[in-house]
Design a protein around this ligand. Structure first.
Ligand code: ZN
Length: 393
Protein backbone atom coordinates (compact mmCIF):
# COMPACT_ATOMS: atom_id res chain seq x y z
CA UNK A 1 0.00 0.00 0.00
CA UNK A 2 1.59 3.24 -1.14
CA UNK A 3 0.47 5.45 1.75
CA UNK A 4 0.86 2.86 4.51
CA UNK A 5 1.49 4.53 7.80
CA UNK A 6 -0.45 7.68 6.98
CA UNK A 7 -3.19 6.74 9.45
CA UNK A 8 -1.14 7.65 12.44
CA UNK A 9 -1.18 10.25 15.12
CA UNK A 10 -1.67 10.66 18.83
CA UNK A 11 -2.58 7.65 20.97
CA UNK A 12 -6.12 7.84 22.36
CA UNK A 13 -5.02 6.02 25.53
CA UNK A 14 -1.59 7.34 26.58
CA UNK A 15 -1.39 10.50 24.45
CA UNK A 16 1.98 9.61 22.92
CA UNK A 17 2.58 10.64 19.30
CA UNK A 18 3.57 8.26 16.55
CA UNK A 19 0.90 5.54 16.29
CA UNK A 20 1.57 3.50 13.16
CA UNK A 21 -0.93 1.85 10.84
CA UNK A 22 -0.75 -1.96 11.03
CA UNK A 23 -3.96 -2.95 9.22
CA UNK A 24 -6.16 -1.71 6.41
CA UNK A 25 -9.27 -3.43 5.06
CA UNK A 26 -9.78 -3.92 1.33
CA UNK A 27 -12.93 -4.24 -0.73
CA UNK A 28 -14.84 -1.23 0.59
CA UNK A 29 -16.96 -2.96 3.25
CA UNK A 30 -16.54 -3.44 7.00
CA UNK A 31 -18.23 -5.48 9.76
CA UNK A 32 -19.84 -3.75 12.76
CA UNK A 33 -20.26 -4.98 16.33
CA UNK A 34 -23.89 -5.81 15.54
CA UNK A 35 -22.70 -8.14 12.79
CA UNK A 36 -23.87 -5.79 10.02
CA UNK A 37 -21.84 -5.09 6.90
CA UNK A 38 -21.52 -1.42 6.01
CA UNK A 39 -19.63 0.50 3.35
CA UNK A 40 -16.40 1.79 4.71
CA UNK A 41 -12.74 1.20 5.29
CA UNK A 42 -11.15 -0.03 8.49
CA UNK A 43 -7.70 1.21 9.37
CA UNK A 44 -6.05 0.29 12.62
CA UNK A 45 -2.98 1.88 14.19
CA UNK A 46 -0.77 0.61 17.01
CA UNK A 47 0.81 2.78 19.72
CA UNK A 48 4.32 1.57 20.42
CA UNK A 49 4.38 3.47 23.72
CA UNK A 50 1.46 1.63 25.38
CA UNK A 51 0.25 -1.05 22.93
CA UNK A 52 -3.14 0.58 22.34
CA UNK A 53 -4.92 -0.24 19.09
CA UNK A 54 -7.00 2.50 17.55
CA UNK A 55 -9.27 2.16 14.53
CA UNK A 56 -10.49 4.79 12.14
CA UNK A 57 -14.09 5.80 12.87
CA UNK A 58 -16.72 4.79 10.34
CA UNK A 59 -18.98 7.51 8.92
CA UNK A 60 -20.86 9.77 11.27
CA UNK A 61 -20.65 7.86 14.54
CA UNK A 62 -22.91 10.19 16.51
CA UNK A 63 -25.75 9.68 14.07
CA UNK A 64 -25.00 5.95 13.90
CA UNK A 65 -25.46 5.50 17.65
CA UNK A 66 -28.45 7.81 17.89
CA UNK A 67 -30.47 6.34 15.03
CA UNK A 68 -29.07 3.07 13.77
CA UNK A 69 -27.36 1.36 16.65
CA UNK A 70 -30.37 -0.64 17.73
CA UNK A 71 -29.37 -3.30 20.22
CA UNK A 72 -32.13 -5.84 20.64
CA UNK A 73 -34.94 -3.29 20.51
CA UNK A 74 -37.40 -5.97 19.49
CA UNK A 75 -38.19 -7.30 22.93
CA UNK A 76 -37.45 -7.02 26.62
CA UNK A 77 -35.27 -10.00 27.25
CA UNK A 78 -33.65 -11.37 24.11
CA UNK A 79 -30.39 -11.78 26.00
CA UNK A 80 -27.51 -13.69 24.43
CA UNK A 81 -26.28 -16.95 25.88
CA UNK A 82 -22.90 -16.52 27.63
CA UNK A 83 -22.14 -20.07 28.76
CA UNK A 84 -23.68 -23.32 29.90
CA UNK A 85 -22.34 -24.45 33.29
CA UNK A 86 -23.49 -27.76 34.78
CA UNK A 87 -26.47 -27.76 32.44
CA UNK A 88 -27.57 -24.28 33.55
CA UNK A 89 -27.72 -21.57 30.91
CA UNK A 90 -26.01 -18.32 31.90
CA UNK A 91 -26.94 -15.23 29.92
CA UNK A 92 -24.66 -12.37 29.01
CA UNK A 93 -26.43 -9.64 30.97
CA UNK A 94 -26.80 -11.93 33.96
CA UNK A 95 -23.07 -12.61 33.92
CA UNK A 96 -22.21 -8.90 33.49
CA UNK A 97 -24.17 -8.09 36.63
CA UNK A 98 -22.69 -11.01 38.58
CA UNK A 99 -19.21 -9.84 37.54
CA UNK A 100 -19.98 -6.28 38.58
CA UNK A 101 -21.30 -7.32 42.00
CA UNK A 102 -18.29 -9.56 42.61
CA UNK A 103 -15.82 -6.88 41.54
CA UNK A 104 -17.19 -3.86 43.39
CA UNK A 105 -20.23 -4.66 45.55
CA UNK A 106 -22.04 -1.34 46.16
CA UNK A 107 -22.90 -0.40 49.76
CA UNK A 108 -26.51 -0.59 50.91
CA UNK A 109 -28.57 2.16 49.26
CA UNK A 110 -25.67 3.29 47.03
CA UNK A 111 -26.23 5.60 44.08
CA UNK A 112 -25.26 3.71 40.92
CA UNK A 113 -25.18 5.08 37.37
CA UNK A 114 -25.13 2.89 34.26
CA UNK A 115 -23.21 5.09 31.80
CA UNK A 116 -24.04 4.12 28.20
CA UNK A 117 -26.73 1.70 29.36
CA UNK A 118 -28.60 1.10 26.04
CA UNK A 119 -31.87 -0.63 26.95
CA UNK A 120 -30.78 -0.75 30.58
CA UNK A 121 -30.91 -4.55 30.70
CA UNK A 122 -27.92 -4.75 33.06
CA UNK A 123 -29.22 -1.96 35.30
CA UNK A 124 -32.59 -3.65 35.45
CA UNK A 125 -31.00 -6.98 36.40
CA UNK A 126 -28.85 -5.19 38.99
CA UNK A 127 -31.91 -3.55 40.51
CA UNK A 128 -33.74 -6.86 40.78
CA UNK A 129 -30.69 -8.40 42.52
CA UNK A 130 -30.21 -5.33 44.72
CA UNK A 131 -33.53 -3.44 45.15
CA UNK A 132 -31.89 -1.21 47.80
CA UNK A 133 -29.75 0.55 45.17
CA UNK A 134 -30.61 3.92 43.67
CA UNK A 135 -30.04 3.05 40.02
CA UNK A 136 -29.68 5.81 37.39
CA UNK A 137 -29.38 5.57 33.61
CA UNK A 138 -27.56 7.51 30.90
CA UNK A 139 -27.08 7.07 27.17
CA UNK A 140 -26.45 9.22 24.10
CA UNK A 141 -29.77 8.23 22.52
CA UNK A 142 -33.43 8.79 23.31
CA UNK A 143 -34.65 5.59 21.66
CA UNK A 144 -34.24 3.48 24.82
CA UNK A 145 -36.45 5.52 27.18
CA UNK A 146 -39.54 3.29 26.70
CA UNK A 147 -37.47 0.43 28.17
CA UNK A 148 -36.12 2.56 31.02
CA UNK A 149 -39.64 3.66 31.98
CA UNK A 150 -40.43 0.05 32.92
CA UNK A 151 -38.16 0.08 35.96
CA UNK A 152 -37.00 3.60 36.88
CA UNK A 153 -38.67 7.02 37.14
CA UNK A 154 -37.70 9.79 34.67
CA UNK A 155 -35.83 11.78 37.35
CA UNK A 156 -33.31 8.93 37.36
CA UNK A 157 -32.39 9.00 33.69
CA UNK A 158 -30.75 11.38 31.24
CA UNK A 159 -29.96 11.36 27.52
CA UNK A 160 -27.13 13.05 25.57
CA UNK A 161 -25.97 15.11 28.58
CA UNK A 162 -25.91 14.41 32.33
CA UNK A 163 -27.68 16.94 34.63
CA UNK A 164 -25.52 19.27 36.73
CA UNK A 165 -27.27 17.95 39.86
CA UNK A 166 -25.63 14.55 39.26
CA UNK A 167 -22.09 15.96 39.63
CA UNK A 168 -20.08 14.37 42.44
CA UNK A 169 -23.02 12.24 43.57
CA UNK A 170 -22.46 8.61 42.53
CA UNK A 171 -20.89 5.84 44.58
CA UNK A 172 -20.44 3.63 41.53
CA UNK A 173 -20.51 4.40 37.80
CA UNK A 174 -20.70 1.24 35.72
CA UNK A 175 -20.02 1.21 32.00
CA UNK A 176 -20.31 -2.10 30.22
CA UNK A 177 -18.95 -2.46 26.67
CA UNK A 178 -19.01 1.30 25.97
CA UNK A 179 -15.45 2.69 26.16
CA UNK A 180 -14.34 0.72 23.09
CA UNK A 181 -16.78 2.75 20.98
CA UNK A 182 -15.73 6.29 21.92
CA UNK A 183 -13.34 8.54 20.01
CA UNK A 184 -12.13 10.27 23.16
CA UNK A 185 -11.86 7.78 26.05
CA UNK A 186 -10.03 10.34 28.23
CA UNK A 187 -13.01 12.71 27.90
CA UNK A 188 -15.48 9.95 28.73
CA UNK A 189 -13.52 8.98 31.84
CA UNK A 190 -13.28 12.65 32.83
CA UNK A 191 -17.07 12.90 32.54
CA UNK A 192 -17.48 9.78 34.68
CA UNK A 193 -14.95 11.11 37.19
CA UNK A 194 -16.96 14.34 37.58
CA UNK A 195 -20.07 12.28 38.41
CA UNK A 196 -18.38 10.25 41.18
CA UNK A 197 -18.37 11.32 44.80
CA UNK A 198 -14.90 11.48 46.40
CA UNK A 199 -13.69 7.90 46.68
CA UNK A 200 -16.32 6.64 44.24
CA UNK A 201 -15.53 3.86 41.80
CA UNK A 202 -15.90 3.24 38.10
CA UNK A 203 -16.44 -0.37 37.01
CA UNK A 204 -15.93 -1.28 33.37
CA UNK A 205 -16.03 -4.22 31.05
CA UNK A 206 -14.40 -3.80 27.62
CA UNK A 207 -13.43 -6.33 24.92
CA UNK A 208 -9.98 -7.90 25.06
CA UNK A 209 -8.76 -8.35 21.49
CA UNK A 210 -5.78 -10.35 22.72
CA UNK A 211 -8.23 -12.98 24.02
CA UNK A 212 -10.79 -12.67 21.20
CA UNK A 213 -9.11 -11.71 17.95
CA UNK A 214 -12.46 -11.27 16.13
CA UNK A 215 -12.79 -7.98 18.01
CA UNK A 216 -9.97 -6.64 15.83
CA UNK A 217 -12.12 -6.44 12.68
CA UNK A 218 -15.19 -4.90 14.36
CA UNK A 219 -15.16 -1.49 12.68
CA UNK A 220 -17.06 0.50 15.33
CA UNK A 221 -14.70 -0.62 18.06
CA UNK A 222 -12.41 2.38 17.84
CA UNK A 223 -10.36 1.27 20.84
CA UNK A 224 -8.82 -2.12 21.55
CA UNK A 225 -7.45 -1.91 25.06
CA UNK A 226 -4.66 -4.01 26.52
CA UNK A 227 -3.34 -4.28 30.04
CA UNK A 228 -0.70 -1.67 29.34
CA UNK A 229 -2.92 0.84 27.54
CA UNK A 230 -5.67 0.61 30.19
CA UNK A 231 -3.04 1.44 32.81
CA UNK A 232 -1.85 4.45 30.81
CA UNK A 233 -5.38 5.67 30.06
CA UNK A 234 -6.71 5.47 33.61
CA UNK A 235 -3.63 7.15 35.11
CA UNK A 236 -4.03 9.96 32.60
CA UNK A 237 -7.74 10.33 33.43
CA UNK A 238 -7.10 10.59 37.18
CA UNK A 239 -7.91 7.09 38.36
CA UNK A 240 -6.05 4.40 40.25
CA UNK A 241 -6.90 0.91 38.99
CA UNK A 242 -7.89 -1.38 41.87
CA UNK A 243 -8.65 -4.55 39.89
CA UNK A 244 -7.89 -5.43 36.27
CA UNK A 245 -8.52 -8.99 35.21
CA UNK A 246 -9.00 -10.97 32.01
CA UNK A 247 -10.71 -14.01 33.54
CA UNK A 248 -14.04 -12.86 35.02
CA UNK A 249 -15.62 -12.26 31.62
CA UNK A 250 -14.55 -14.34 28.60
CA UNK A 251 -12.87 -12.28 25.88
CA UNK A 252 -13.02 -9.09 27.95
CA UNK A 253 -11.23 -6.98 30.51
CA UNK A 254 -12.95 -6.32 33.82
CA UNK A 255 -11.73 -3.24 35.64
CA UNK A 256 -12.49 -1.34 38.82
CA UNK A 257 -10.83 2.04 39.49
CA UNK A 258 -11.04 4.79 42.10
CA UNK A 259 -10.92 8.47 41.24
CA UNK A 260 -7.90 10.18 42.76
CA UNK A 261 -8.63 13.35 44.72
CA UNK A 262 -7.87 16.47 42.68
CA UNK A 263 -5.65 17.98 45.37
CA UNK A 264 -3.96 14.74 46.45
CA UNK A 265 -0.19 14.59 46.05
CA UNK A 266 0.95 12.80 42.91
CA UNK A 267 0.97 9.02 43.35
CA UNK A 268 4.29 7.30 42.85
CA UNK A 269 4.27 5.82 39.34
CA UNK A 270 3.08 2.23 39.34
CA UNK A 271 5.29 -0.33 37.61
CA UNK A 272 4.24 -0.50 33.98
CA UNK A 273 3.03 -3.90 32.73
CA UNK A 274 5.22 -5.57 30.15
CA UNK A 275 4.58 -3.95 26.80
CA UNK A 276 6.17 -6.45 24.42
CA UNK A 277 3.38 -9.08 24.63
CA UNK A 278 0.77 -6.45 23.73
CA UNK A 279 2.82 -5.16 20.77
CA UNK A 280 3.66 -8.65 19.49
CA UNK A 281 0.10 -9.90 19.97
CA UNK A 282 -1.43 -6.94 18.14
CA UNK A 283 1.01 -7.25 15.24
CA UNK A 284 0.25 -10.94 14.96
CA UNK A 285 -3.55 -10.46 15.02
CA UNK A 286 -3.30 -7.82 12.25
CA UNK A 287 -1.19 -10.20 10.16
CA UNK A 288 -3.63 -13.12 10.61
CA UNK A 289 -6.63 -11.05 9.41
CA UNK A 290 -4.66 -9.56 6.50
CA UNK A 291 -3.56 -13.01 5.39
CA UNK A 292 -7.11 -14.35 5.65
CA UNK A 293 -8.25 -11.54 3.34
CA UNK A 294 -5.46 -12.35 0.88
CA UNK A 295 -6.41 -16.06 0.92
CA UNK A 296 -10.08 -15.20 0.25
CA UNK A 297 -9.10 -13.15 -2.80
CA UNK A 298 -6.67 -15.80 -4.08
CA UNK A 299 -9.42 -18.44 -3.78
CA UNK A 300 -11.86 -16.08 -5.47
CA UNK A 301 -9.69 -15.59 -8.54
CA UNK A 302 -9.10 -19.36 -8.77
CA UNK A 303 -12.85 -20.11 -8.45
CA UNK A 304 -14.89 -17.62 -10.52
CA UNK A 305 -18.67 -17.70 -10.77
CA UNK A 306 -21.59 -17.60 -8.34
CA UNK A 307 -20.62 -17.65 -4.68
CA UNK A 308 -22.26 -18.13 -1.30
CA UNK A 309 -21.05 -17.73 2.27
CA UNK A 310 -21.87 -20.32 4.94
CA UNK A 311 -22.35 -18.54 8.26
CA UNK A 312 -23.66 -15.02 8.79
CA UNK A 313 -21.67 -14.27 11.95
CA UNK A 314 -18.41 -12.35 12.23
CA UNK A 315 -16.33 -14.80 10.15
CA UNK A 316 -18.89 -15.04 7.36
CA UNK A 317 -19.42 -11.28 7.28
CA UNK A 318 -15.67 -10.65 7.27
CA UNK A 319 -15.09 -13.05 4.35
CA UNK A 320 -17.83 -11.31 2.37
CA UNK A 321 -16.15 -7.93 2.94
CA UNK A 322 -12.87 -9.31 1.53
CA UNK A 323 -14.23 -10.33 -1.89
CA UNK A 324 -12.82 -8.39 -4.84
CA UNK A 325 -16.13 -8.80 -6.66
CA UNK A 326 -18.96 -8.95 -4.11
CA UNK A 327 -21.51 -8.93 -6.97
CA UNK A 328 -20.93 -12.65 -7.42
CA UNK A 329 -22.13 -13.31 -3.87
CA UNK A 330 -25.69 -14.69 -4.03
CA UNK A 331 -26.62 -15.39 -0.41
CA UNK A 332 -25.53 -16.31 3.11
CA UNK A 333 -26.45 -19.71 4.56
CA UNK A 334 -27.16 -20.04 8.26
CA UNK A 335 -28.42 -22.89 10.43
CA UNK A 336 -29.96 -20.49 12.93
CA UNK A 337 -33.70 -19.90 12.35
CA UNK A 338 -33.24 -16.50 14.04
CA UNK A 339 -30.86 -15.36 11.28
CA UNK A 340 -32.98 -16.55 8.35
CA UNK A 341 -35.15 -14.03 6.57
CA UNK A 342 -32.72 -11.26 7.50
CA UNK A 343 -30.29 -9.67 5.07
CA UNK A 344 -26.57 -9.11 5.25
CA UNK A 345 -24.69 -6.95 2.77
CA UNK A 346 -28.06 -6.71 1.00
CA UNK A 347 -28.07 -10.50 0.39
CA UNK A 348 -30.65 -12.89 1.86
CA UNK A 349 -29.74 -15.21 4.74
CA UNK A 350 -31.25 -18.61 3.87
CA UNK A 351 -31.26 -22.15 5.23
CA UNK A 352 -28.29 -24.38 4.29
CA UNK A 353 -30.51 -26.57 2.06
CA UNK A 354 -31.28 -23.52 -0.08
CA UNK A 355 -27.76 -23.35 -1.51
CA UNK A 356 -28.28 -22.24 -5.16
CA UNK A 357 -27.59 -25.05 -7.65
CA UNK A 358 -25.19 -22.94 -9.73
CA UNK A 359 -22.92 -22.09 -6.79
CA UNK A 360 -19.27 -22.48 -7.82
CA UNK A 361 -17.59 -21.24 -4.63
CA UNK A 362 -18.69 -21.66 -1.02
CA UNK A 363 -16.86 -19.60 1.61
CA UNK A 364 -17.19 -21.25 5.00
CA UNK A 365 -17.29 -18.57 7.66
CA UNK A 366 -17.44 -20.83 10.69
CA UNK A 367 -15.26 -21.40 13.72
CA UNK A 368 -12.32 -23.38 12.26
CA UNK A 369 -12.64 -25.97 15.03
CA UNK A 370 -16.01 -27.16 13.72
CA UNK A 371 -16.16 -25.88 10.12
CA UNK A 372 -15.22 -29.03 8.17
CA UNK A 373 -17.43 -31.29 10.25
CA UNK A 374 -20.44 -28.98 9.80
CA UNK A 375 -19.93 -28.68 6.03
CA UNK A 376 -19.51 -32.47 5.64
CA UNK A 377 -23.00 -32.85 7.07
CA UNK A 378 -24.76 -30.44 4.71
CA UNK A 379 -26.69 -32.36 2.02
CA UNK A 380 -26.97 -29.40 -0.39
CA UNK A 381 -23.19 -28.93 -0.36
CA UNK A 382 -22.69 -32.59 -1.35
CA UNK A 383 -25.27 -32.21 -4.14
CA UNK A 384 -24.05 -28.87 -5.59
CA UNK A 385 -20.37 -29.66 -4.89
CA UNK A 386 -18.93 -26.15 -4.96
CA UNK A 387 -15.27 -25.45 -4.25
CA UNK A 388 -15.07 -24.79 -0.50
CA UNK A 389 -12.94 -22.18 1.23
CA UNK A 390 -12.10 -22.64 4.90
CA UNK A 391 -10.77 -20.05 7.34
CA UNK A 392 -8.03 -22.47 8.32
CA UNK A 393 -6.08 -23.73 5.35
ZN1 ZN B 1 -0.41 4.77 23.71
Amino acid sequence: VSDAGTFAGTCLACGAPGCREIYRSRGGFVVTSLGEVRRGELRTALCHACGHLRSSPIGDLAAYYDEQYRISLDSDDDDQLYAVVDGKRIFRVEHQVATLLALAPPAHGARVLDYGCAKGASARKLLSARPDLSVHLFDVSTMYTPFWAKFVTPDRWATHRTPDAWKGSFDVVMSLFVLEHVEDPVAMLAAIRSLLRPGGRVVLIVPNVWANSADFIVADHINHFGRSSLGALFARAGFVIDVLDDRSFAGAWTLSATATAVDSPAKPPQPAPALAPDIDGATNIARVWSELGDRVRAFESANPGTAAVYGSGVYGAFIATCLSDPDRLRCFLDQSPFRRGKRLMDRPIVAPDELPNDTKALYVGLNPAIARRVIDGVESVRRVAPACFFVEA
